[in-house]
Design a protein. Structure first.
Length: 234
């Protein structure tokens, strides 16, 4: 089951969303057949992440509600609540977002005698801080968002390069919202360098999403050169 889910993430990372959905659908059927509610919750969480990514946060909220009913492990619940907070933030639902962020923090700090399910074992304080920051960005709380993202980046283990590339784009978005163009350009360049080195198309796609905002600052030294480089990136 885990192998099928991992293949789904590979497809997702390469922008092959239909194929990712087919693989996750198979993984969900396998989880149901095996009576593995925890793994089923993890697959639903993958679907929800994809829904939010594709601009369907309301679908993501609903999917995560079902996922939360399938697991009691605190680490798993923390991740699911954090992802639902992201979806609420995308919808502009501040109160619901803050409730889920608070619950995610409490859950992450709770102890369990059982190890976390493998699909969420990586979840930690860095993820909570950075994704909390992204929620705050979506809700217009730019200064607080920047502080949380910086905090999370400092906590992120060095081995998680792809996650670092994604987080760097969040950091760049915060800088752009504050008109700190030089800082945005620096971290965006770092993200693109990292994505190119490790072969992470999804990170490149996130950098591309920042291009329209960067184009407003073409007069700033280095911006046009970066945009030209981005246009050539695979």
């Amino acid at each position: 089951m885990e192998h099928v889910g991992a293949c789904g993430w590979y497809r997702f990372d390469h922008g092959q969303h239909w194929a990712a959905g087919k693989l996750w659908g198979a993984a969900l059927q396998n989880a149901h057949a095996a009576g593995d509610r925890d793994h089923g919750a993890g697959v639903l969480s993958d679907f929800a992440y994809q829904s939010n990514w594709l601009g369907e946060p309301k679908v993501s909220v609903d999917q995560l509600g079902y996922a939360l009913s399938g697991t009691q492990h605190p680490t798993a619940r923390s991740l699911l609540l954090l992802r639902r907070a992201r979806a609420h933030a995308a919808l502009g639902e501040g109160a619901a977002c803050y409730r889920d962020l608070s619950a995610a923090e409490v859950a992450l700090g709770s102890r369990s005698v059982d190890p976390a399910p493998s699909w969420c074992a990586w979840m930690g304080s860095a993820d909570l801080a950075v994704d909390s920051g992204q929620c705050l960005l979506d809700l217009g709380r730019t200064k607080e968002a920047h502080a949380r993202i910086v905090e999370g980046m400092a906590l992120l283990p060095g081995a998680r390069d792809k996650t670092r590339g994604v987080f760097l784009t969040y950091q760049a978005k915060g800088y752009l919202q504050s008109d700190e163009v030089e800082q945005a350009l620096a971290v965006t360049g770092e993200s693109l360098d990292l994505a190119t080195r490790i072969g992470a198309p999804r990170c490149v796609a996130l950098v591309r999403e920042l291009a329209p905002a960067l184009k407003r600052y073409r007069q700033v030294d280095g911006v046009q050169d970066f945009l030209d480089r981005l246009a050539e990136a695979s």
